[in-house]
Design a protein around this ligand. Structure first.
Ligand SMILES: *Cc1c(COP(=O)(O)O)cnc(C)c1O
Length: 416
């Protein structure tokens, strides 16, 4: 038997799974069918509140929408946060539908000219990833007769320790190497474009609070050093984020109160060149992962070679990360439960496998489960981030998952 990750606190004590106060079966009936992602906006709002309480006053919270760009969820999150960070022209269009352009920033290497033009025309901030991108943005701005708003994404000379995905301290397609940033800032200022500051993102999926604290302090120091060298104070310093989620057995949540207190100290002691700068952090998964549950129905239960397989109508085509095929080295189990039997004792060891005709499609490997029959619902937790849009939905020709937003500020039926 192998362990599963911790079931998020909002669901952990339940006997039958409810999301946003509604029974899982009722939610499936409302959406029309399984497989179904349910997102509880009330839980997202709770995360934003928790973070606001923890962070020093005035530090902005940005949502990185690639974690979950579902339009209704995005419309619910937009008024709760201070900014939206996008990484494509498509995401830019989604964000512009729910947030003023001045509160949108656009990162990502390989922005095409038409994407740059759309951002400049709208008045969104470009987090420029290279000298070449800045040159193209200035030229496009001249053609359009609109001064671009440009921040410089910095490839920091350090990385976020313990980060699941390191983004700094090495050769990288992301950002401009720190040593070349001051010269680029001077180029932007000389062009007459609006320089918006720095974007410094050092890593992702970090659970080590001390490492996050250390990285934030290093990020403030780096921003100050670059500003001094450039001879200009940044209007905004986006400190990145990287707060992780406890996906696996033994993982513990980030201590956001400790991180916020330490950031307050770092900002309180910041160098004079940053005295008038605004600060923000940008988070994706930390805000939305726990608010999402993927519901899939048992199609078959079978034995083979002495092992039990619970076969469901969903799979990695909707929830790639739970199968261990989205950037993990060792496959470990996400939290999974039989929705109608959360309070029951385990009676067997079974693997939950998806319906795709590939051995990669395993949602849970040899976990303890109660009795479970054909027709029952299995819940895969932590499905609110990097689920539906980060999975190969077209692989094998099954239909896409349905998606339903519940909780605060949402009403009425509506799948998809
Ligand atoms: C993906 C991304 C994020 C969000 O990362 P999470 O791990 O989901 O918090 C934030 N900033 C940038 C620049 C990103 O590319």
């Amino acid at each position: 038997m192998k362990p599963i990750g911790p079931i998020p606190p909002a669901f952990a004590g339940q006997r039958r799974l409810t999301i946003g106060g509604e029974d899982a079966e009722a939610l499936v009936a409302r959406a029309g069918d399984t497989p179904l992602f349910v997102y509880d906006l009330g839980l997202v709002a709770g995360r934003v509140d928790l973070l606001r309480t923890a962070l020093p006053p005035g530090v902005g919270i940005h949502y990185a929408i690639k974690a979950n760009p579902h339009p209704e969820l995005l419309a619910g999150i937009a008024p709760l946060v201070d900014g939206l960070d996008v990484a494509s022209g498509g995401e830019l269009a989604h964000a512009l539908a729910v947030k003023p352009a001045a509160e949108i920033s656009f990162a990502g290497p390989g922005k095409r000219d038409d994407e740059l033009a759309a951002a400049i025309a709208a008045g969104a901030t470009l987090n420029a990833e290279s000298e070449g991108e800045v040159a193209r943005a200035i030229a496009i701005g001249e053609r359009l007769g609109i001064g671009p708003r440009v921040a410089v994404r910095v490839n920091p000379d350090f990385e976020l320790r313990g980060s699941g995905m390191r983004m700094g301290g090495r050769a990288s397609p992301f950002g401009v190497d720190a040593a070349r940033v001051p010269a680029l800032v001077r180029t932007i200022l000389a062009s007459g474009a609006a320089w918006r500051g720095f974007h410094i993102f050092a890593g992702s999926q970090a659970l080590d609070s001390a490492a996050i604290v250390e990285t934030q302090a290093a990020t403030v120091a780096l921003a100050a050093r670059l500003a001094d060298e450039a001879g200009a104070a940044p209007p905004l310093v986006n400190l990145g984020g990287g707060f992780g989620i406890p996906y696996f057995a033994g993982d513990l949540p980030v201590d956001v109160a400790a991180v916020g207190a330490a950031l307050g100290e770092a900002l309180g002691a910041r160098p004079a060149v940053l005295a008038d700068s605004a600060f923000a952090i940008e988070l994706g998964r930390w805000l939305v992962a726990e608010a999402g549950v993927y519901l899939t129905r048992v199609v078959d239960v079978k034995d083979s070679g002495g092992e039990c397989f619970v076969i469901v109508d969903g799979g990695l085509h909707h929830q790639l990360a739970a199968s261990g095929n989205l950037g993990t080295v060792v496959r470990r189990n996400y939290p999974v439960a039989v929705a109608g039997r959360m309070g029951e004792t385990a009676t067997r060891t079974a693997s939950v496998v998806g319906c795709l005709c590939t051995p990669l499609d395993r949602l849970a490997d040899k976990i303890a489960l109660p009795e479970v029959a054909v027709g029952e619902l299995v819940a895969v937790f932590l499905a609110g981030a990097y689920g539906a849009t980060a999975s190969p939905a077209a692989f094998l020709g099954h239909p896409p998952a349905r998606e339903l937003v519940v909780g605060r500020g949402t009403a009425g039926p509506g799948g998809r």
